[in-house]
Write a protein that binds this ligand. Structure first.
Ligand SMILES: Cc1cc2nc3c(=O)[nH]c(=O)nc-3n(C[C@H](O)[C@H](O)[C@H](O)COP(=O)(O)O)c2cc1C
Length: 351
């Protein structure tokens, strides 16, 4: 029986309970799938990645399963979102699986144990050959979002390889407004006053207006504080959902961010747009609906240097990472591309 078949049985259990089980399983470190593909090694912001496929933010919100997640074959992990103070998040149920569409709708609301516990966990990890990003967000009740981001940035900087400023989760009221002209400039100005730096990324929403998207692309080129963009977070749009009948169609109307397959085309379009607007001068991390080597190939070909995933782990199981890596590696060879870095932004079709 493959994981998809198991997954249908597991669908009967509450998604958050399953997530906890998965975390426990990974903590045992029994799932060791590390494999090296020479043509997938890539150097980005001066760091050697064993491969460009990373774990997206939201899976390991408290940095509690780092070694176990790396054992799945990921080239890097993005931990968090972490907030300064612990938060319980929104009322349950708040995660809804839509298996027919390989999608999830969730409104967790930055449930996490706060930065102190996050940092304690991070400090316990042996830092050899692993690349760890941290994704930071403001507390729901924070009166001053800038001081939340500054506090987290300074605190986590010594223990991370890169920092993601999350201003795009749809489940924290007002968070996405930070992306608007005026607010984003103010945030970057305050953060760039910090003396020390790490490669820093802005994670954007796929629902941004054209104007705000172009403004951020301009800003990233002009300002040397931001290394690049993570495209994208989940969407509040449901436009892509009604092509296929769904058993429990009430779920489609649940509030929250949609991830998985229905998000793929939108994120691809935005990666292409950002690559073109910035003339390939910034680092793009592509995320949204990646579950195969082809999906990863497409995002890289459109301009992403690195790729992340979350939802496909839920539907395809822990083997999905190695499956993606081997498919991507084989495809590069077939196309006569020596190394994955030679594919970035080349607009080569997979088929
Ligand atoms: C259950 C769940 C929780 C998430 N939590 C976060 C989060 O805390 N911070 C964040 O930046 N993105 C979060 N995301 C968004 C993912 O990092 C990713 O951007 C999005 O799901 C698209 O990728 P995917 O289609 O591979 O899941 C979450 C996604 C899911 C499904």
């Amino acid at each position: 029986m493959n994981f998809r078949a198991y997954s249908r049985i597991l669908d009967l259990l509450p998604p958050e309970f399953l997530h906890q089980l998965f975390i426990k399983l990974l903590q045992t470190k029994i799932l060791k799938k590390k494999v090296i593909f020479d043509n997938l090694k890539i150097n980005i912001f001066g760091k050697d990645f064993v491969n460009p496929i990373g774990l997206a933010a939201g899976f390991d919100k408290n940095a509690e399963v780092i070694d176990g997640a790396l054992n799945l074959g990921f080239g890097f992990l993005e931990l968090g979102t972490v907030t300064p103070m612990p938060q319980i998040g929104n009322k349950k149920p708040r995660v809804f699986k839509i298996p027919e569409l390989s999608a999830v709708i969730q409104r967790l609301g930055f449930n996490n144990k706060g930065v102190e516990e996050f940092l304690n966990n991070l400090k316990k990890v042996k830092r050899v050959n692993n690349i760890l990003g941290v994704n930071i967000g403001k507390n729901k009740n924070s009166k001053d979002f800038i001081s939340d981001y500054k506090f987290l940035y300074e605190k986590l900087l010594p223990f991370s390889d890169y920092i993601t400023i999350n201003i795009s989760s749809p489940n924290t009221p007002g968070l996405r407004d930070i992306q608007k002209k005026g607010n984003i400039e103010k945030l970057i100005k305050n953060l760039s006053a910090i003396k020390k730096r790490k490669p820093t990324f802005l994670k954007l929403s796929p629902d941004l207006s054209e104007e705000n998207f172009s403004n951020i692309c301009d800003l990233v080129i002009k300002d040397d504080f931001i290394s690049g963009l993570i495209l994208t977070n989940t969407t509040i749009s449901r436009d892509s959902l009604y092509k296929k009948p769904v058993k429990n169609s009430w779920k489609l109307h649940e509030q929250g961010g949609l991830s998985g397959k229905p998000l793929k085309d939108k994120t691809n379009m935005l990666i292409k747009k950002a690559f073109s607007l910035t003339k390939g001068k910034i680092i793009i991390i592509g995320v949204g609906g990646v579950s195969s080597g082809k999906d990863a190939f497409e995002k890289i070909s459109l301009g992403a240097s690195l790729v992340q995933l979350y939802t496909s782990l839920i539907y395809e199981g822990p083997n999905v990472v190695v499956k993606i890596l081997s498919e991507l590696s084989v495809c590069l060879k077939k196309k006569g591309i020596n190394n994955v870095s030679d594919l970035v932004g080349k607009n080569i079709s997979y088929d």
